[in-house]
Design a protein around this ligand. Structure first.
Ligand SMILES: [Zn+2]
Length: 411
C-alpha cells in the first residue's frame, strides 16, 4: 500500500531491527475478502472480534459474519463509548481468554485496548481500522488510563492492518480531522527532538521522517479534502497515520511524533482530571487537541528561535506540582526532571544560529499550520476545545516538569 521507495526504506529499517513488517492491505472495500485475508495469518485459530456499538455498525458485524462461517469466532461487544483504561482491558482479557487471537475493529480506544490485551496475553492480533483518527495502529505501545492518568504501556504491532477505505472515509468527520491534527505534530515534534539532540546531545534519528516525506506534503496541501470527505485525501491520511506509527516503532518510542505539543495536551488532561467541573465539558478527540497545541508550539518555537534564549537549570516546583497534579504524579515527575536537569549545565549557551539553521528546513511555519487546520475546518484555538486561559497557561508552564523530554517548553 506504500510506494516502492517507502517500502524499500521500511524493509531496510525494519530488517535492521529484525521487526517483521505487519501485513498491510488497503482496498476500496474489503467486503468479499475478510475471511480470506484473516485466514492467511490465523488459519485454524479461534478468534475474538472486539468492537463497540459504533464500530459494529461500521464494519464489526460484517467482519464477524465473514469470520464465523470459517473460524471458531466470538463477538466481544464493548459498552458504548468505551474508555481505554485498565478495568476495560482486564474485562476484554477475561472475555477473550479462550480465544487464540484478537480481531480489533475500531480506532484509537479499541486499538489501544486490543493491542495491550494481546501483548499481555501473548496472543496475536489484527486490526480493521474504522477511522484515520490517530497514528497508533502501527506503534508498539498502547496508551491506557491507569489510576486516572494516561500511561504509555508496552505493546506490540499487529500481525496485519486491513483497511477498508469506504469505511474509513465514512467515519465521522471529526475523527478524520483528529487524524490530521495528530499528523500535524510532525514538524513541531521533529523540531523539539532535533533541538534536544543539537543542544543536549540526546539521540535522534531521521528515518521516521523519511518515511513520511512523500505523503506528508501532498496530504497537507489537500487538507480541504478532509472537510469534504474526499476519499483520496482520507486514504492519504490513513497512510500518514500508519507511517507515523511505524516511525515511532522504528525510533523505539514516540519521539518522532510526540514532543512539546503532546506534553501540553497531556498536562491539560491531567489538570482537568483533578477539576470536578471538567467532567461536564465536551470530550475532545486526541488529534483535535494536538492540532491546537501544535499551533501553540509552532508559534513558541518560532519566537524562541528569534530570541536565542539562554538556558538555565530550573528548580523543580514541587509544591505547585503537588497542588496541580497530586502527590503520585509529582513524585514520578520529579525523577524524570532530575534526569533532564542533570544534562543542563549552568549558564549553558547553545549556538542558536547553528541550531536555527538545522531546524528551519524541518519546521512548518505557524501560518502554514493554521492554514492547514483552517482548510480542514479543524479547531485551532484552545477556546474551541473549551479550554480556559488559566488551565492553558498552567499546562504550558508545568508540562516540561512532567516528562524527561527536553523541548522548547524548557525555555
Ligand atoms: Zn498523538
Amino acid at each position: 500500500m506504500f510506494s516502492k521507495e517507502t517500502n524499500g526504506l521500511l524493509h531496510k529499517s525494519l530488517g535492521d531491527q529484525s521487526l517483521p513488517l505487519p501485513l498491510l492491505v488497503s482496498q476500496k472495500s474489503l467486503r468479499h475478502d475478510v475471511d480470506d485475508l484473516v485466514a492467511q495469518l490465523f488459519s485454524g485459530l479461534s478468534l475474538a472480534v472486539v468492537a463497540d456499538s459504533n464500530t459494529e455498525i461500521a464494519l464489526g458485524a460484517q467482519v464477524f459474519r465473514a469470520l464465523k462461517s470459517r473460524f471458531d469466532t466470538r463477538f466481544v461487544f464493548l459498552t458504548p463509548s468505551p474508555v481505554a483504561d485498565m478495568p476495560t482491558a482486564e474485562w476484554i482479557a477475561r472475555e477473550t481468554s479462550r480465544c487464540d487471537a484478537l480481531i480489533a475493529v475500531g480506532s484509537g480506544t479499541i486499538n489501544d485496548l486490543c493491542k495491550y490485551v494481546a501483548f499481555t496475553a501473548g496472543k496475536p492480533y489484527i486490526v480493521f481500522p474504522t477511522a484515520a483518527s490517530m497514528n497508533g495502529y502501527l506503534s508498539a505501545n498502547a496508551s491506557l488510563t491507569v489510576d486516572g492518568y494516561k500511561k504509555t504501556l508496552p505493546a506490540r504491532m499487529p500481525q496485519a492492518v486491513f483497511c477498508d477505505l469506504e469505511v474509513i472515509t465514512a467515519a465521522p468527520l471529526r475523527m478524520s480531522k483528529s487524524g490530521l491534527g495528530d499528523a500535524l505534530a510532525r514538524p513541531t515534534a521533529q523540531a523539539d527532538w532535533l533541538m534536544s539532540h543539537l543542544v543536549l546531545g540526546t539521540a535522534y534519528d531521521e528515518t521516521p521522517f523519511r518515511l513520511l516525506q512523500e505523503v506528508e506534503p501532498v496530504l497537507f496541501d489537500s487538507a480541504r479534502g478532509i472537510a469534504k470527505r474526499d476519499a483520496e485525501t482520507i486514504g492519504l491520511l490513513m497512510k500518514m497515520c500508519l507511517l507515523s506509527g511505524l516511525g515511532m516503532t522504528l525510533a523505539g518510542g514516540s519521539y518522532p511524533a510526540s514532543q512539546g505539543e503532546h506534553m501540553i495536551a497531556h498536562a491539560h488532561e491531567m489538570l482537568m482530571a483533578r477539576q470536578p467541573s471538567a467532567a461536564e465539558s465536551l470530550p475532545m478527540l486526541h488529534g483535535e487537541e494536538i492540532g491546537v497545541t501544535t499551533l501553540m508550539m509552532a508559534q513558541r518555537q518560532e519566537m524562541l528561535l528569534r530570541q536565542s534564549p539562554n538556558l538555565h537549570p530550573k528548580a523543580f516546583p514541587a509544591d505547585t506540582m503537588k497542588a496541580l497534579f497530586g502527590d503520585k504524579t509529582t513524585k514520578e515527575a520529579a525523577e524524570a526532571c532530575r534526569v533532564k536537569a542533570d544534562r543542563i549545565k549552568p549558564a549553558f549557551k547553545p549556538d542558536w544560529n547553528a541550531v536555527a539553521q538545522r531546524l528551519e528546513p524541518v519546521m512548518l511555519s505557524s501560518k502554514t499550520i493554521l492554514g492547514i487546520l483552517n482548510a480542514a475546518e479543524a479547531p485551532h484555538l484552545p477556546e474551541m476545545l473549551g479550554w480556559n486561559d488559566e488551565n492553558v497557561k498552567a499546562a504550558v508552564t508545568y508540562a516540561p516538569f512532567l516528562r524527561d523530554r527536553f523541548t522548547f517548553l524548557d525555555f
